[in-house]
Design a protein around this ligand. Sequence first.
Ligand SMILES: Cc1cc2nc3c(=O)[nH]c(=O)nc-3n(C[C@H](O)[C@H](O)[C@H](O)COP(=O)(O)O)c2cc1C
Length: 341
Amino acid sequence: MSEKLRAVFHACVPRPIASAIRNLRQTLHLYKDSVLQAHRYNRNYSRVASTELTQLETRIMFLSHQIEKGLSHSDFRYGFGRKVFLELPAMLKSLELADSNYEENTVFQESMSALHEYMERHIRAGKDISWQKSLFTNEQWNRIKSANPSRGGSIVIRRSTKANNSLLPYAQLNEHRHSVREFSDEPVDVNLIEQAIDMAMRTPSVCNRQPTRVHLILNPEIITKALAIQGGVRGYAAPPALILITSDLRSFITSYERNEGFTDGGLFGMSLLLSLESLGLASCPLNTMFTAKADKDTRKLLNLPDNEVPVMYIEVGNFLEETRTCASVRYTGNQITTVIK
Ligand SMILES: Cc1cc2nc3c(=O)[nH]c(=O)nc-3n(C[C@H](O)[C@H](O)[C@H](O)COP(=O)(O)O)c2cc1C
């Protein structure tokens, strides 16, 4: 609408009607833009049987991460990962075809390292992995045998290394933080968690509207039920504390701000993870990528108001004296940066 038309509109149309028209326009935009967003997602996400390189890398990373999680488990279950083994060999083959330099590929190397550790630990314990071996070609198996073990797999985290966390410079604290999924039995100091939440309040947000909300769950029964719905840490004991980060939709003004709560909530989540780490607490972020049913069940369990949307969970507890976690190697900054000149 031109400036002139807008002026005429405001002069002639009573305010309540003008507001109703503006709100209707926003509603139409919301549905139209959401459909366009769904189309883009549908065109690009990594479906089963993808052959494009990044999509393949995504699926291989997902599967290798399952192996890394199994390798990190204190209750090591020999022969774990059968579903992963049914998919991974063919995908690694497809990656070889999609990337001529696949031996230098970060995801390929991580997968090889994780499989190498899997193989070593089974052989060392005298366990039979002939079924797993039968799924790979000889060439693949030899590559796994000779893989560099430092590109993936599991790493050890020691509580003793966390004593001076509050004194670490940012770069070191950041490098030093890892998600851990197993916690000591001691109760967690709620004052420390509250201190970490206060520290995370320095997180920036759009127009400083601060849409993030925090639900600190300390009831063991509710934590267990919430994680059973979430499903991403099956097989692990429940943590002593669970945080749900949500975003309050009332903080937004227009239809095109509809995703902003996830951005602001995500930033808050990262601040909170580092704050917890600096205070010597162990943590693991967990997704809230819920189906409609999981969303409904979680809302009911936690009594979440309709105006809040889940952004992520964070498990919190004390470090065990020693625990393993996924190496979760990273791409380099260069690999993900496009410079626009
Ligand atoms: C938003 C988000 C959701 C996550 N969801 C899960 C999950 O459901 N289960 C899990 O075991 N780990 C989950 N993680 C942890 C990631 O696996 C972990 O952050 C990643 O491997 C990087 O490792 P690091 O945190 O040790 O650096 C999640 C992490 C983020 C940021």
